[in-house]
Design a protein around this ligand. Structure first.
Ligand SMILES: C[S@@+](CC[C@H](N)C(=O)[O-])C[C@H]1O[C@@H](n2cnc3c(N)ncnc32)[C@H](O)[C@@H]1O
Length: 235
């Protein structure tokens, strides 16, 4: 896969977070979902436990529980220090401090680590990466992609974003991407505007929507994408 564990910053969010980040309804959770770039999020573990059909894909799923756990331990102090140094860029209404946030994220990632061996054996965690996915066209009702696209606008260029979004919209009938701001700096991604201009020309339907989740200051919007011929205007 060409990825080393050293390149990964393991940090994952919960089902409750995903509900807010992606404006997920109970009805959405009854459909078939792809969590692309799922990483050490507990979304798959928690959603599967309540009966949702979820496949998560991420290059880190090639590693063992022990390797991912070690990587979490190694990077944890750096992430907490970065949050302390950049506190003004974040909204602290849910967490009293970076350490409090860290404890919550560790519990979420423990939930993932506990589920990972069984989930991988069941095919719920697959070692795959954008911009190409091995899934069938329209295999999923919904594809989610959190904290990868737009977040990493610097290493991942516009061409990568366009290819990745087209691929997500090939394998799913609807795509939701959160957030649309860059990591830490929190500026709207420079790729958003050309994407909003170019993809509709090819028949995609795109909307930027405000969601209830805001930890990065100003990072409370997601991009919703329908592939050509899948958009149905609300009744
Ligand atoms: C910060 S985590 C996000 C985890 C989760 N989606 C969330 O929002 O909590 C970003 C993930 O993107 C994964 N990743 C990096 N490059 C990728 C690619 N090309 N395709 C899919 N996932 C990728 C990383 O391995 C990492 O686990």
């Amino acid at each position: 896969m060409g990825l080393t564990l050293k390149q990964v910053v393991p940090w994952g969010r919960s089902l409750a977070d995903y509900r807010q980040m992606f404006a997920l309804t109970d009805k959405d959770l009854e459909t078939s979902i792809l969590d692309c770039a799922g990483g050490p999020s507990s979304f798959n573990a928690e959603a599967t436990a309540q009966g949702t059909s979820v496949i998560s894909c991420d290059p880190i799923y090639q590693f063992s529980v022990e390797e991912i756990q070690q990587r979490i331990q190694d990077t944890y102090p750096q992430i907490i220090a970065a949050l302390e140094d950049n506190g003004d860029h974040f909204v602290w209404d849910q967490f009293s401090s970076p350490h409090h946030l860290g404890e919550v994220r560790l519990a979420t990632m423990d939930c993932f680590l506990e589920d990972f061996p069984q989930g991988r054996a069941q095919g719920r965690y697959q070692t795959q990466m954008l911009p190409e996915l091995p899934f069938e066209t329209s295999q999923f009702n919904l594809a989610l992609c959190g904290h990868l696209l737009f977040s990493y606008s610097q290493p991942l260029d516009l061409e990568f974003h366009l290819n990745a979004i087209r691929e997500l919209a090939r394998v799913a009938q609807e795509v939701r991407i959160f957030p649309i701001v860059t990591n830490f700096a929190g500026d709207i991604s420079p790729h958003l505007s050309p994407i909003l201009e170019q993809l509709p020309q090819a028949g995609y339907h795109l909307t930027v929507e405000t969601v209830p989740y805001e930890f990065q200051r100003g990072g409370n919007e997601m991009l919703r994408v329908f592939p050509p011929n899948h958009y149905q205007s609300p009744p």
